[in-house]
Design a protein. Sequence first.
Length: 352
Amino acid sequence: MVNAEVELLLGLEEGEKSSILLGPEDLSVSVNIKNGLLNILHLNIRGCKTNFDKLLVFLETYSLVYCDIIILTECHRIESINCFNIAGYNSYYNAADYNAFDGILILTKSNLNPCIVNYTLNNSKITVTNMMLTVENCQYSLHCVYRSPASDVPMFLEDLELYLDSRENCNVHLLIGDININILEKNDLNVNRYVSLLSSMGFVALCKDVTRPDSGTCLDHVFLKDNLRTKNKKYNTFVIEHEITDHSPIMLNIYDSGYLSPVDNSKIFTYKKTDTNKLLYFANQVDWRHILEMVDPEEATNYLIKNLTEIITSSELISTCKHSWKGIKPWITNGIIISIKMRDKLKKALKS
């Protein structure tokens, strides 16, 4: 199969980019929140024991409160899932045992209530986590995969075809994970078989860029099969320049231009602040010399407290604020966040 045919099967014309490469600080302005339906973050974490804290700092630093689903592959064996949780999320663990590096950890917003089932493929023994959920009357089926590079590729592809063919016919299917097949290597026979298989089943690639910078390969995949093909529904994929591990995090933003996300009033609170101009004005209206003429200290103190209280109360303004992020862990302080942002900014400037 020639390169142009592979590009066509991936659902892209030659030279077209399927995803957007950007720094984490640009995510907040790039991800469509207003019309957002679902935001999915994937990362090969290279061991939760080793790198989960780095992930927490990453999420806290860039306030990624809009992540509805976080998929972590190559988790290594986890003894207690309670050691790897995030407030406001439910955790699900695929305790796959192909080898010591296997395993998938999925964190979902507590309001999603997905149905999750693990399937071990018959021959290759790769375990796939299938997550089914409904968002705005649309059924999504997420197929989360970590394929060890030690497993046999042709055997895995045979299993994958049988697995996908037997899944329920949901509105939208997403194949997400570290497949350890470099789809940028278009002359590789296994790559051609893999791409041809997914294309024949109606899947197109949403990520066809380098996801492992050290090797210049695309091993982390997001493939989409949209049976509805709704005109207003869009899928944006972002490859994030951040070194939690040697794999880049990938964000999939699903949104509908005809849909408006409801306002979550539970995240809006009121607070009081002082108008300094009013404070100075009212303070100048009080005859403070009267305190000096008082003989009784208690009377003078009460007079001072009474006037100060009235001045402050008269100078208060009521404001509202949207509380978007509570803070994941108390040890992630503002100082750490500021230092990390400065480090990332300097690194970006050095590369440019």
